[in-house]
Design a protein around this ligand. Structure first.
Ligand code: ADP
Ligand code: GN1
Ligand code: MG
Length: 364
C-alpha cells in the first residue's frame, strides 16, 4: 500500500505546502522520500518510514539523534559563516511535539530538512573527495567527543562485534532456512579461514588498549554529503551513532571510498582498493584526529578496512542464507553478489596491507 505522504507530512510542524513526494537515495534500511514544497523559498524535506524490525526502540533511537544533532548544532553555529541547515541534520517536530509520528498501521516516520545542493556519491573517483570524506568523519568524531550526559543508547547492540557476527553466521548456516548454504561453500570457507585474525580489535578493546569513543558506525560514503564544490558538508544517517572503536568508522569509510567498483559489483575482476584513495581519506581523517588518537589506535588503522569489509561481507552472506530478511535487495541473489564483491575487496586489501601500514606510519 502506498503511504499517504501528504497526510504524514502534515502531521509535522513544517514550513511550506506539500507539493510532491518521491523515493530518494540508495540507502539499504529505511524507506526514504524527498518531499518538495510548493513554495520556491521554503525548505524541501526528507521523510523516512523507519525500519522498526531493525531498530527495535524508535523512541530511544530518536532521543539519540535529538541529542547528537543538538550538540553538533551548537558546535557548528560557533564557526563564523556556518550554514546550519546544510551542515547539520535538522529534525522536524510533530504537531504533538515529538521528533517522530506513528501512522495508523503502526509505522514510524520522521522528517528532516532536505540538505539543498548536496552531492552524494556511491563511488568515489578522486583523492580530493576522499580527503574531504576523511575530514568530515574526523571532525564529526571530534565534535561529539564531549557530548554531555548519559552514554547514548545502543540502537543495535553488538553491531560490529565480530565474534557475535560469526556466531550468528554459523547458526544461520546450521539452520539453513532457504537451502542456500550448500551452494556457497567457497564464500563460507573464505569467511571461516579469516575468523581468528579479525578478532584483534575486540581483543585490544578488552585489554583496555583502545578506548570506546562516540562513533558513527555507518560511514559508507553516501552517508557523507559534499557541497556543490565537493567539499565536506554534512554527515548524515545518525541511527547508529553510539560508543564504538574508531576503527569501525575508518574501516567502513575505506570500504566504500577506496573501492573503485560498486559495493555489489558483479564483475569481480573490477573490484579493487585504490591505494591513492586510501591515502587521501587517511590524510583527511588524521588531519582532524592525529592529536586525539592513542598510538595503538593509530597503529591499527591500517587493519580496520580489512575488518569492516569482512564484517559487512559476513552480514550480506548471513542475510542471503537467512532468505534476505535484513537488507533491501533489488534481485534474487543480490546479497550473495554483494558478499562476493566485499570478499574480493578484502583480498585486495590483504594484498596491499604492507603499503597501507607504511602510509599510516608516515601520516601519524
Ligand atoms: P538508510 O539508513 O536507509 O541509508 P539514510 O538516512 O542514509 O537511510 O537516508 C537515505 C538517503 O537519503 C541518503 O543516502 C541520502 O541520499 C538521502 N538523505 C537522507 N537525509 C537527507 C537530508 N537531510 N538531506 C538530503 N538527503 C538526505
Ligand atoms: C546499511 O543504512 P545504510 O544503507 O547507509 C547498514 C550498514 C551497512 C550498509 C552496507 C543500520 O547502511 O551497516 O554497512 O548498509 N546499516 C544498518 O551497504 O544496518
Ligand atoms: Mg544511509
Amino acid at each position: 500500500m502506498h503511504p499517504d505522504l501528504k497526510e504524514i507530512f502534515d502531521s509535522f510542524n513544517t514550513d511550506g505546502t506539500f507539493s510532491k513526494g518521491e523515493p530518494f537515495g540508495s540507502g539499504h534500511i529505511h524507506d526514504t522520500f524527498r518531499i518538495e514544497t510548493a513554495e520556491k523559498d521554503k525548505n524541501d524535506y526528507i521523510l523516512q518510514r523507519l525500519n522498526n524490525k531493525i531498530f527495535r526502540n524508535i523512541p530511544e533511537l530518536q532521543q539519540n539523534i535529538e541529542r547528537v544533532t543538538l550538540h553538533l548544532r551548537k558546535k557548528i553555529s560557533e564557526v563564523p559563516g556556518a550554514d546550519i541547515k546544510r551542515e547539520c541534520l535538522s529534525l522536524l517536530n510533530s504537531k504533538d511535539n515529538k521528533s517522530w509520528i506513528t501512522d495508523e498501521t503502526g509505522n514510524y516516520w520522521r522528517m528532516y530538512i532536505f540538505i539543498s545542493n548536496h552531492r552524494s556519491y556511491d563511488i568515489v573517483d578522486t583523492p580530493d573527495k576522499a580527503f574531504e570524506g576523511g575530514k568530515a568523519i574526523g571532525r564529526f568524531q571530534a565534535m561529539l567527543a564531549d557530548l554531555p550526559g548519559e552514554p547514548l543508547h545502543e540502537t543495535i547492540p553488538f553491531f560490529h562485534d565480530i565474534e557475535k557476527r560469526l556466531e550468528k553466521f554459523n547458526m544461520t548456516i546450521k539452520a539453513n532456512p532457504a537451502g542456500r548454504a550448500e551452494k556457497i561453500h567457497n564464500e563460507i570457507d573464505s569467511v571461516l579461514k579469516r575468523a581468528e585474525i579479525m578478532k584483534v580489535i575486540l581483543k585490544l578493546g578488552k585489554e583496555g588498549k583502545i578506548p570506546l569513543r562516540i562513533t558513527h558506525y555507518d560511514t559508507k560514503f553516501n552517508n557523507i554529503l559534499l557541497d556543490e564544490d565537493d567539499k565536506a558538508l554534512c554527515v548524515i544517517d545518525l541511527d547508529t551513532v553510539m560508543p564504538g572503536y574508531v576503527h569501525y568508522d575508518f574501516g567502513d569509510a575505506i570500504r566504500t571510498v577506496a573501492n573503485i567498483a560498486a559495493e555489489d559489483e558483479r564483475e569481480l575482476s573490477k573490484v579493487k582498493m585504490d591505494i591513492d584513495l586510501f591515502e587521501a581519506y587517511a590524510r583527511g581523517y588524521l588531519s582532524e584526529t592525529r592529536d586525539t588518537l592513542n598510538s595503538v589506535e593509530k597503529e591499527y588503522l591500517a587493519f580496520a578496512p580489512r575488518l569492516i569489509t569482512y564484517t559487512i561481507a559476513i552480514r550480506f552472506l548471513t542475510d542471503y542464507i537467512d532468505d534476505d530478511n535484513y537488507f533491501k535487495i533489488h534481485h534474487e541473489h543480490h546479497n550473495l553478489q554483494r558478499a562476493k564483491a566485499q570478499l574480493k575487496l578484502v583480498e585486495s586489501m590483504e594484498e596491499q596491507y604492507g603499503t597501507m601500514k607504511e602510509i599510516i606510519r608516515n601520516l601519524v
